[in-house]
Write a protein that binds this ligand. Sequence first.
Ligand code: IMP
Length: 170
Amino acid sequence: MPYLTRQVIAERVKEMAMEISRDYAGKKPLFISILNGSFIFSADLFRSLTIEAEICFIKLASYKGTKSTGQVITSIGLDTEVFDRDVLILEDIVDTGRTLHQFLPQLEHQQPRSMRVCALLHKAEATIHLVDIAYTGFTIPDKFVVGYGLDYDGLGRNIDAIWQLADREQ
Ligand code: IMP
């Protein structure tokens, strides 16, 4: 059995989109989706919004296999003006918090009107850098997960549910 089924994910993503649509009505927020892992979550959440909104993409990475390397690399940068915008960052998963801990100050520097994080998954037990997450899909244990955009060394992103890797594989 998957850890989170396709139906459970779909329902939660819809709820998150409804909540954001209520909170950002009339604000035309700018979503910044962090590639690669967030592409499926972002697509599903974004098309469930009932408000006007924009989306752009950046590419940050810190993982190799199932371990965080500790280094966050930007391989596609931000090409959209965030000054005076209501920004929502879309993350597939906040694990140690390292990626956002490095990225959020860079973004803040560009003076958005507001800035909030929306993460599908949060491994609260794995926190090294505390990140304020305004919208969380699911808080999960500190186990490696795959599917719905999340990969294991590049593979598994196309699985429509989220699976936990067995302990011996980690
Ligand atoms: P952080 O910088 O440690 O918070 O990790 C964030 C990034 O690591 C996520 O955007 C994912 O790309 C990757 N990541 C962390 N945990 C997992 C996991 O369980 N499965 C797949 N990718 C993960």
